[in-house]
Write a protein that binds this ligand. Structure first.
Ligand SMILES: Cc1ncc(COP(=O)(O)O)c(C=O)c1O
Length: 481
């Protein structure tokens, strides 16, 4: 070919620009507290600042990085700010970012063991490590009947668990002929919306999802679950799936996994445990009581991307019986056949989740665990819990506020005594000040503020600032009629 032109970045250019990006990220973390936590961009503002069509001629990398600073940063809500207390955190750490970069650099696609053995084997190994680190049941180890896999999100993990439960209940008939409207699933009224989404996707139907009543602490009532199951059985329906939550999104309620598990065992129903954020607390032996009864679960998931210093996306999904999951999801077209798969000696993770393709996500998890060590991870988790507990004590002692739910770990739900409008005003003013970011929920029908301590760089001084700012906004209310 006569034309020797290439538009690719050269390795030397990549070295130079790569260093600039790493420097930019390090600088970003050094100045992150200078930004308003919540972006102040108006709808359409960011798009309005971008050219209406793609460049015909390539541009310099320097100009791209400048535009990140100038055009993109104003539209960023700073999830990694230590003053971010909204929702549940979306964690990060420097070793995680470096693992992510290496994963992109290697660019492997690990759908089969054969398409990159290290991608599969490191994942299996790190997920087995986590069984020990979190005190999970031995049945979840790859060396037992089960095993773990990294999924993108807790939503995907719950969907896979539901599908496996559906197939176990129908002896794979729903995979063959579809659902007939008789299958029923159960979760608490406080469960994450992803369960409702999974029920829609899996063809169970929203009408066949029972939202089981909760107790005063917003945890699922086992007696209500049992009654709902019996009612469905009496009506010739087929219960196939229960999802218990360890740490609900709304209030961090802890469903009683053991009592729920005993009911599921009695009726032969698949039990999935969703511990999206709070599962990380089990790194610390003193918090493992939150998952008591996990030995009765068929599957379990938690998100290192929420509270284990690993950047999005990273969900660890475990099953007790890997065959049930693989039988549910496996399809083997000719073009994926290979000798390693046929030998039966390898894991092909394509059969463990919805997509075929998969990134090398285990690298970042491996880096995080090796950088911090179990000791380091525990240290930071304990510190977050202590900070949240300190904040909860302040709320208890503050005559203007009350705790709206127990605060077992790092989420504190609280409200001002003057009702919804006052709480809305406090939250709006705090969030628009840029000093911190809180979000709300509704508990017992009342607007409730949530403060979740889980950002990797949050320290005592940040929580003290939050206390001070919340106190100031409460004081400002005194002048409002
Ligand atoms: C308990 C619980 N389950 C599931 C999810 C959904 O998480 P993901 O974004 O990983 O699907 C969340 C998100 O906050 C959650 O708190």
């Amino acid at each position: 070919m006569a034309d020797k032109r290439s538009y690719h970045m050269t390795p030397d250019e990549f070295r130079r620009h790569g260093r600039a990006v790493v420097d930019w990220i390090a600088d970003y973390y050094e100045r992150i507290e200078n930004f308003p936590v919540v972006s102040r961009a108006k709808p359409g503002e960011i798009r309005g600042s971008l050219p209406s069509s793609a460049p015909e001629h390539g541009e310099s990398f320097e100009s791209m990085l400048q535009d990140v600073e100038k055009l993109i940063l104003p539209g960023v809500t700073h999830w990694q700010s230590p003053n971010f207390y909204a929702y549940f955190p979306s964690n990060n750490s420097f070793p995680s970012m470096l693992g992510e970069l290496l994963s992109a650099g290697l660019g492997v696609q690990g759908m089969l063991w054969a398409t990159s053995p290290a991608c599969t084997e490191l994942e299996t190994h790190v997920l087995d490590w986590l069984v020990g680190m979190l005190g999970l049941p031995d049945a979840f180890r790859s060396t037992s009947t089960g095993g773990g896999v990294i999924q993108d999100t807790a939503s995907s993990a719950s969907l896979c668990a539901l599908l496996a439960g559906r197939e176990r209940a129908t002896k794979l008939a729903s995979n063959e002929r579809g659902c007939d409207g008789h299958l029923v699933a159960y979760t608490s009224s406080q469960a994450h919306s992803s369960i409702e989404k999974a029920v829609k996707i899996a063809g169970i139907g929203r009408e066949n999802l029972r939202l089981v009543e909760v107790d005063r602490d917003f945890a699922m009532r086992p007696d209500a679950l049992d009654a709902a199951i019996r009612q469905d059985l009496a009506a010739s329906r087929l219960p196939c799936f229960v999802c218990a939550t360890v740490g609900t999104t709304s209030s961090n309620a802890l469903d009683p996994v053991r009592a729920i598990g005993e009911i599921c065992r009695r009726h032969g129903i698949w039990l999935h445990v969703d511990a999206a954020m709070s599962g990380t607390a089990a790194l610390c032996p003193e918090f493992r009581h939150i998952q008591d009864g996990l030995d009765l679960a068929d599957s379990y998931a938690f998100n290192p991307h929420k509270w284990m210093f690993t950047n999005f996306d990273s969900n660890c999904f475990y099953v007790r019986d890997r065959k049930a999951l693989i039988d549910t999801l496996s399809v083997l077209p000719e073009y994926l056949r290979n000798r390693a798969t046929e030998s039966g000696a390898v894991i092909d993770y394509r059969d463990w989740h919805i997509p075929l393709g998969r990134r090398f996500r285990a690298l970042k998890l491996w880096f995080v665990i090796r950088h911090y060590g179990v000791e380091g991870l525990r240290f930071h988790v304990r510190r977050h819990v202590e900070l949240a507990q300190g904040f909860a004590r302040w709320i208890r002692d503050e005559s203007r506020f009350e705790l709206a739910a127990p605060a077992p770990l790092n989420l504190v739900c609280f409200r001002h005594y003057r009702g919804d409008a006052a709480n809305q005003r406090i939250m709006d003013r705090l969030n628009s000040s840029g000093d911190l970011y809180l979000t709300h929920t509704r508990l017992d029908g009342r607007l409730t503020l949530r403060l979740c301590v889980g950002q990797w760089q949050t320290e005592l001084r940040h929580v003290e600032l939050a206390r001070q700012r919340i106190g100031e906004e409460a004081a400002a209310l005194e002048h409002v009629a």
